[in-house]
Design a protein around this ligand. Sequence first.
Ligand SMILES: Nc1ncnc2c1ncn2[C@@H]1O[C@H](COP(=O)(O)OP(=O)(O)OP(=O)(O)O)[C@@H](O)[C@H]1O
Ligand SMILES: [Mg+2]
Length: 469
Amino acid sequence: MESTPTPSRSNLSTSVPPTPKSAALRRSLRLTSSASRSPAPATTVAVDNLDTPRSTRKTKRSLAMTTNTKRIPKHARFHKQTDMENAKAMLLLATLPKSLPCRTREMEEITAFVKGAISDDNCLGRCLYIHGVPGTGKTMCVLSAMRNSKFEVDAGVPLRPYTFVEINGLKVASPENIYKVIYEALSGHRVGWKKALHLLNERFSNGSGVHKDERRPCVLLIDELDLLFTRNQSVLYNIFHWPTEPHSKLIIIGIANTMDLSEKLLPRISSRMGIQRLCFGPYTYQQLQEIISSRLKGLDAFEEQAIEFASRKVAAMSGDARRALEICRRAAEIVDYQLKQSLLSGRSSSSIDNSFGGKQLVGMIDIEDAIHEVFQAPHIQMMKTSSKLEKIFLVAMVHQLYRSGLSETTFEKIVDRPTHGHLFPSREYVQAQWVYDCINARIILPTEGYLVGRVPPAHLSPFVDNEAE
Ligand SMILES: Nc1ncnc2c1ncn2[C@@H]1O[C@H](COP(=O)(O)OP(=O)(O)OP(=O)(O)O)[C@@H](O)[C@H]1O
Ligand SMILES: [Mg+2]
């Protein structure tokens, strides 16, 4: 099997076995790349003007050839990466770590689930729900487990052929569009979401439209599953209902941050979701320390205490590995910049006081600076100092942006959003005017006069003194 991300869609990747077509494509790519190395590209001929003297022509041709080869500049080619530069690269979130420390048990559980489901003849009703706070390695573990099983298959371990489809709820324009994406991944055809839903229902219930050879199990990974929550919850219902259909052979892995998603779902959905759960707890400081150290293995760039300091700080706040890596990378950037500046100016900077064996390492003070930068950014400060109402408004705005999938929204769309179908008895439901009046009065007003269905008090301007008027 071979992983081939579909180039047309960023939110979708599938694993399919190698086909003669893909082999031919690879061959043609090889041919293209060797052709591009040829010293006589078509553009060179165009530069060759017949009116030009021979010597000038020669110079022009060689110039065109040089620019065409797009050579890497010499200084960049011979530049030996320093440990600090390598550390910066290793701490990038996009860098794939060689190992995933502290998540061995979780990886084993995911692998066992996938293998068990694939080897089950019917693959009926197989769902795994993974939850945990952000940055705890949920996505990375599932992708690594899937990659490892692909390597095993490549190495000759007998495992039934399967398809792997990965979808991120954050990247689909609306929850319903997920039908379109799933159908496209399974069939290769692009249709509207309503048609896709109809075809998927038919495909899974009676196997129509599926060639006999295509009836292999499909592992469907849905990241950010909670974003598919709709008013009537129909999208989540369909997704969790399909694995119970006789011809679906669908294995679902859902990932979300919400711990109590199943409690929020209608009973008919939570019962289909099954009981197989996997919780990714926040990392402890020792675990964060191990994660950072494993990325920096073999590099002389960080002091031990600096890594411990960053890990303790993040563990006390969130236990988010993403945050810990970002802080360390920023600290490495600060030190790298200082080093380069001091090299340029030809003198050792007076601020460099943590030199070790003639090298400068990232110390606690640099981590402190990085933390300060990350948490003292103007937008973070603004959020921290906002009032409760302003925070509620910001949260509502982010929610609306997630729902619409757009980067902009209007005030009306945020305040006039329809309420949920069911009401929670412990909550009070007020009209939007209560929010405006509270902001104007700068206090939390009693909600009684603003309850849904009542005529709210007159909405008065805060710029006019009503008593005086
Ligand atoms: N055990 C680990 N070892 C190495 N790197 C890790 C580990 N856990 C997390 N990371 C790093 O932290 C980053 C976040 O991981 P990931 O995206 O898997 O988190 P997540 O739990 O899916 O977060 P979210 O809920 O926000 O999607 C990744 O860049 C990953 O490299
Ligand atoms: Mg994730």
